[in-house]
Design a protein around this ligand. Sequence first.
Ligand code: DGL
Length: 219
Amino acid sequence: MKLGVFDSGIGGEAVAIALRETFPDAQIDTVNDREHIPYGDKTPSQVREFTEIAIRPFLDDSYDVIILACNTATAIAIDYLRRTYPNQKFIGIEPMIKTAATLTKTGTIAVCATPRTLASNRYKKLVSTYGAHLDIIEPDCSNWAYLIENNQLNRLEIEATISQLCTRGADVIVLGCTHYHWIKSLISELADGRAVVIEPSEAIGRRVVQLLEPSSKVV
Ligand code: DGL
């Protein structure tokens, strides 16, 4: 099995690590687009164009699945890519609103994502389908991807954000940007038992199996 994993930056590496654990025998290649990071503050047409150019090395028909390990690229570009390359299988990553809705007891969740993801129609549809009954806090995380990419993470700023979310009653924190996977344990530590932190790495592995072996039972 050959998988291509794309993100604007190091978020893709976080997803690739999880996939390599799930599929130790697979060839898992990554590409990124550090020249244009962060995608979160780019226009939709820029995100679409940059994504298509960046994944070109994967568009030679040799990849079983291309994984957009980037919520922002998925939100903006996956429909276009599926239309443009109908013979290529794609998997995207989206904020886990549906899972959060099943987990929350307070009815308040937080979604940490880039401004472009939060403004997208795909995200709005997710919210109206699965989270219309929830109070959804969308904190300003606009500089997080840049800070994480450049190893300049400001722990105090993250701490202030997470503590505000918990004070407002959020008991599920959705990581809606793959860069934040790198600080999942820090966020969990700062939430200190008040909220669970979720991201879709494991679900992606299950989706790969489902897509490549449609008859298999996915649990
Ligand atoms: N890692 C990307 C995501 O999942 C975004 C980072 C960026 O803004 O480039 O949304």
